[in-house]
Design a protein around this ligand. Structure first.
Ligand SMILES: [Ca+2]
Length: 369
């Protein structure tokens, strides 16, 4: 795994990894590799728009407030989406003088999509109640949820240390996951405190989510509801980046935290090569070989290693606090809780839409003074 260490070192130095490298799959000793197929390391000038050869802006309120009762209008203003001149894309959620919320949402639809592979981004997420930053993917054709959705990274401000990875498809489109088709991982620090690398490794009948190279969830067709169809072997998926403000899951925004930024160092995609790849020769031979070269067996006769499905360790920290947070259905407007060392007062208790995870998770909690 020396190549992975190199990547981690470069990442630690704040350097986007732009060179093509073949990366072994997480947690497997098989021959399969992921070989870089697409990257944006956001090396544009300060204040520039996203690269139009790679990204399309989603604009406006979407269809029914993007389906989640979100508050923001997405714009293509550089006040909401810009490259910073230091190798990053910055998406800024704002409250404008007229009281409206604005933010940014980009997608590679029509520019780039791929079936299977490693989809990865190094991101410093925004911090604050009511925000929902996301790095995700959708199937190229068909309407949601039939086309499939893979949420590579989601966070809600109420759970500042937790990353969520989930799939949505026909018959399993909502939240309230009870079948293991999604997972979450809680770090010992707030995600917004620094950059982290969020990734999936997507192969036939298998999606593995990781943070900073630590695999925390594996989903297979066994994890979707009985009678439904795994739509993740069908077609290429394109990528999306956005910061939602308010909505069914994160709840109402808290104006005092805005503006808040999501900073993306790079988005990188690698192709899935089940038999591994041979690195290209760096120099051509200067003389013809005097003996016939050994014949490589044809690809069809090479052994195919099926990666074992492993159960990665899940670190939950701190479990007591997380449990307390989730049990706040017992609380009511005006009550105060302490979560991760901070006091919050419940300003408005209300229930979520049917099927969305835990009821009352949408109650509005403000920092208590
Ligand atoms: Ca970069």
């Amino acid at each position: 795994m020396p190549r992975k260490r190199t990547a981690a070192l470069l990442a630690a130095l704040g350097v986007g990894v732009a060179t093509a490298i073949a990366v072994p799959m997480l947690g497997t000793a098989g021959a399969a590799t992921f070989d870089q197929s697409w990257i944006d390391d956001f090396s544009g000038p300060a204040g520039s728009r996203a690269d139009s050869s790679k990204w399309v802006y989603d604009l406006g309120y979407g269809n029914h407030l993007w389906g989640n009762n979100e508050y923001q209008t997405y714009t293509d203003s550089t006040a909401n989406v810009r490259q910073d001149g230091n190798g990053n894309l910055v998406i800024t959620a704002r409250k404008e003088a007229d009281g409206k919320y604005t933010s940014g949402r980009l997608k590679t639809k029509g520019k780039f999509s791929q079936k299977y592979g490693r989809f990865e981004a190094r991101i410093k997420i925004p911090r604050g109640p009511g925000l929902l930053p996301a790095f995700w993917a959708m199937g190229d054709t068909g309407s949601w949820p039939n086309n499939g959705e893979i949420d590579i990274m989601e966070n809600v401000g109420a759970h500042p240390r937790t990353v969520y990875g989930t799939i949505h498809g026909p018959g399993y489109s909502g939240g309230g996951d009870t079948t293991g088709r999604g997972g979450e991982h809680t770090l010992g620090v707030e995600l917004a405190a620094d950059f982290h690398t969020y990734a999936i490794e997507w192969t036939p009948d298998r999606i593995v989510w990781s943070v900073d190279g630590h695999a925390y969830k594996t989903t297979t067709p066994a994890n979707i509801p009985a009678g439904t169809r795994w739509v993740f072997n069908d077609q290429p998926f394109y990528l999306l980046l956005n910061v939602a403000v308010g909505g069914d899951w994160p709840g109402a925004p808290v104006d005092s935290v805005l503006p808040e930024e999501m900073v993306i160092d790079y988005v990188k995609v690698s192709a899935y090569n089940p038999n591994g790849t041979t690195p290209p020769a760096t120099t051509a031979p200067t003389t013809a070989p005097t003996t016939a070269p050994a014949t490589k067996p044809p690809a069809t006769t090479r052994p195919v290693t099926t990666p074992p499905v492993t159960t990665p360790p899940v670190v939950v920290d701190p479990p007591a606090a997380a449990d307390a947070w989730r049990s706040f259905t017992a609380y009511a407007t005006g009550q105060v809780v302490t979560y991760e060392g901070r006091r919050y007062v419940c300003r408005q208790a209300h229930t979520s839409l049917p099927g969305w995870e835990p009821a009352n998770v949408l109650s509005l909690w403000l920092p208590a003074t």
